[in-house]
Ligand binder design. Structure first.
Ligand code: 5GP
Length: 213
């Protein structure tokens, strides 16, 4: 019998910071064996509790520029006052191995991935249920990350800009309830994995089926 394989997909999640995207991404990683997270490189300073190579690759502006110039970034963008980018090689290796890759990137990076990899891409935008909820989550989190009030105000101001891009995404999840939002993100992943164009060897399989019909 012909072997049916599946091409790995690129699952992008964007949202204003504080909408719960990181929690949802972590749950998907936990619940989907073989699914990997794309670790971005950034020039932003490390926050308390963040680990180099786990949360981000923390690099200098010079190192970042060298990676971009060498073509080592799949996409990159300036977000707030810092540069962020997706190292190309780990993503290509995972996809080639049939693994799904999760991305936590902003709308600018998503647009670049749409340009280069539309067929491999599934994009999801997470919205907070309300402005007050978003502010509360940012303030709660700032206690762990030691973010300043100015940083939080900056993030609130940028939230509107990020949210204005929601309609460029394939799916939107309003995160009123974390377990429900995780369930929706999982259903999207499950459905997208079944798409015909992601199934390898299908035409040979069907040719085999048709023989003698
Ligand atoms: P934070 O500094 O809070 O970790 O992230 C700030 C924003 O940068 C988030 O919206 C996050 O999605 C975005 N971001 C993180 N990594 C990347 C990346 O590699 N590329 C792009 N374009 N955005 C990123």
């Amino acid at each position: 019998m012909t072997e049916l394989s599946r091409r790995g997909l690129m699952y992008v999640m964007s949202s204003p910071s504080g909408a719960g995207k990181t929690t949802i991404t972590r749950a998907l990683l936990r619940n989907n064996e073989g699914t990997v997270l794309s670790i971005s490189a950034t020039t932003r300073p490390r926050r308390a509790g963040e680990v180099h190579g786990r949360d981000y690759f923390f690099v200098t502006p010079d190192e970042f520029r060298d990676m971009v110039d060498a073509g080592d970034m799949l996409e990159h963008a300036k977000v707030f006052d810092h540069y962020y980018g997706t190292p190309r090689l780990p993503v290509e290796a995972a996809l080639a191995a049939g693994q799904d890759v999760l991305f936590d990137i902003d709308w600018q990076g998503t647009q670049q991935l749409v340009e280069i990899a539309r067929n491999d891409l599934v994009t999801v935008f997470i919205l907070p249920p309300s402005r007050q909820d978003l502010e509360k989550r940012l303030r709660d989190r700032s206690r762990d990350t030691l973010e300043s009030d100015t940083e939080i105000r900056g993030r609130m101001a940028k939230a509107g800009d990020e949210i204005s891009h929601y309609s460029e995404y394939d799916y939107v999840i309003v995160n009123t309830d974390i377990p429900l939002a995780i369930d929706k993100a999982q259903k999207i992943l499950d459905g997208e994995r079944l798409r015909r164009h992601r199934t390898g060897g299908l035409s040979e399989f069907v040719r085999g089926l048709m023989k003698g019909l």
